[in-house]
Design a protein around this ligand. Structure first.
Ligand SMILES: [Ca+2]
Length: 471
């Protein structure tokens, strides 16, 4: 029998077509939230004493990656990997070096993550600390408009410095416009009474909200990156964020002993420089507890800024057509292995939060424990946005894990001057001149017992895997 299309059929067809044009026809926006020095110490990552309601809510509607590893445990090199999708030099100047090369010979450098979106019709804006220098300029105060950290990437690369005078001032700023003259003359932690805007992230967030207003016009999709500076040192946040932690008894620090033998242990130089009180958190339990509580307050302050940006996205009606991704640029030791800082190749330095949320994600709120790395973010976003795949990147799209949290990941590689590979069961660290650390993550000893001498065949096997990816 010949099928007749009634008015009712046409109406259904119309609804179906409009659904697909909203869901798939328009390019989705991308909102990338970068948080500086954020450990995966959030309620949604199982740390129940931390107050992070906004990030928790993001995780509840998306996918939290509990085993996301960064390429490098320092800001500049880690952000290089995120923003280029490639392994790069170890150092905070990594993106500036690339920028110089790009200026000299544009064909010698592949497009950055924002440049890829820009080339495909997106408006691209960066506010705060997204690349290494907030605002993306070089020079003594990081405001020299002739030196760009990421040429050709952003329509606007912004940092509102306010009373901190310039981006370098904001990066290390404390309350009410205090800027770093020497780290040794600043408080390592601080909690001053006042609104969010008495610390630099308040201004970064206000600027982000205003950028969202401008970008919300429907004629062009956007790629907005917002970089929150806290919980980076010095640990200053408005007093109200410290309040919930003041009387808290914190859980003990895991493996607080200095590791034996040759490792990537370091003596917490950056932290100690700020520490004008010269108290040693490894021998002064009361001070250690204060440091940890102020770090937690900075996490809650950063979380509140994330909340404002997400609320704005909703208020503008953009949440259904925006991929939101939250990324920590690396972890931070709060006393584990007797380190107060980053820069090691231990788990505490290399593991950081990664959360991806978009409308229609299967099994929202279900976390994944598959191993992934920051390199994967560029191809993932291109894939989700329906852009051509950036074949020049060195990671893989995480679409399979976004669609199924049980889907397998892959070993993660990271580097300082030494290099490391993390598999499901082990971590191998290869130092120059052939010294190895091998840790068994299936054993309670974890990264406190180097078993390299007992397992030479496994050392060679993991080394071969590592060299294949990072010769
Ligand atoms: Ca950092």
């Amino acid at each position: 029998m010949k099928r007749r299309y009634t008015g009712c059929h046409w109406l259904r067809l119309l609804i179906l077509v409009s659904f697909f044009s909203v869901t798939y026809g328009e390019r989705p926006n991308v909102l990338l939230l970068c948080i500086d020095d954020l450990r995966p110490e959030l309620a949604c990552f199982g740390v129940d004493y931390i107050r992070s309601p906004n990030i928790d809510q993001l995780a509840a509607g998306g996918r939290a990656f509990h085993r996301h590893y960064v390429q490098a445990p320092t800001c500049g090199a880690s952000r290089y990997a995120l923003l280029t999708g490639k392994y790069g030099p170890y150092g905070n100047g990594a993106l500036f070096q690339r920028g110089k090369k790009l200026k000299a010979d544009p064909k010698s450098v592949s497009p950055s993550l924002p440049a890829w979106f820009r080339q495909h019709g997106y408006a691209t804006v960066s506010v705060g600390k997204v690349s290494h220098n907030p605002g993306g300029r070089g020079g003594g105060n990081w405001d020299d408009d002739s030196i760009h950290e990421m040429p050709q990437s952003w329509d606007r690369h912004l940092l509102p410095a306010g009373p901190w005078q310039h981006p370098r001032g904001a990066m290390h700023g404390l309350a009410n416009g205090e800027i770093r003259v020497t780290a040794g003359s600043m408080d390592v932690y601080q909690a001053t009474e006042g609104p969010d805007s008495i610390y630099p992230d308040g201004l970064i967030t206000d600027e982000s909200l205003s950028q969202l207003d401008q970008l919300s016009k429907p004629d062009q999709p956007f790629f907005l990156a917002v970089g929150i500076i806290r919980p980076h040192l010095p640990f200053g946040a408005p007093a109200k964020y410290l309040e919930p932690y003041k009387k808290l008894q914190l859980p003990p620090i895991a493996h607080p002993e200095k590791p034996q033998g040759k490792t990537t242990y370091h003596s917490s130089g950056e932290f100690m420089k700020y520490n004008r009180w010269k108290r040693n958190p490894n021998t002064d339990a009361e001070f250690a507890s204060e440091v940890r509580k102020h770090y937690a307050a900075c996490v809650s302050y950063a979380d509140a800024q994330v909340g404002k940006v997400l609320d704005k996205l909703k208020a503008l009606g953009l949440q259904d057509n925006t991929i939101v991704i939250l990324w920590g640029d690396h972890g931070w030791h709060l006393g584990e292995h007797a380190i107060w800082g980053k820069h090691s190749l231990f788990e505490e330095s290399l593991r950081s939060p990664l959360i991806v949320q978009y409308k229609g994600i299967p099994q929202p709120g279900k976390a994944t424990h598959s191993i992934v790395e920051s390199l994967d973010i560029f191809p993932t976003l291109a894939d989700l946005a329906g852009l051509p795949m950036p074949e020049f990147t060195q990671g893989v799209s995480l679409r399979s894990i976004l669609e199924n949290p049980e889907a397998p990941g892959h070993p993660a590689i990271s580097y300082t001057e030494a290099r490391t590979i993390r598999t499901e069961t082990h971590r191998l660290i290869a130092h120059r001149k052939g010294h190895f650390e091998l840790y068994d993550h299936t054993s309670p000893a974890g990264e406190t017992e180097n078993i390299a001498e007992n397992r030479p065949e496994l050392v060679q096997q993991l080394l071969a895997q590592l060299k294949k990816r990072l010769p």
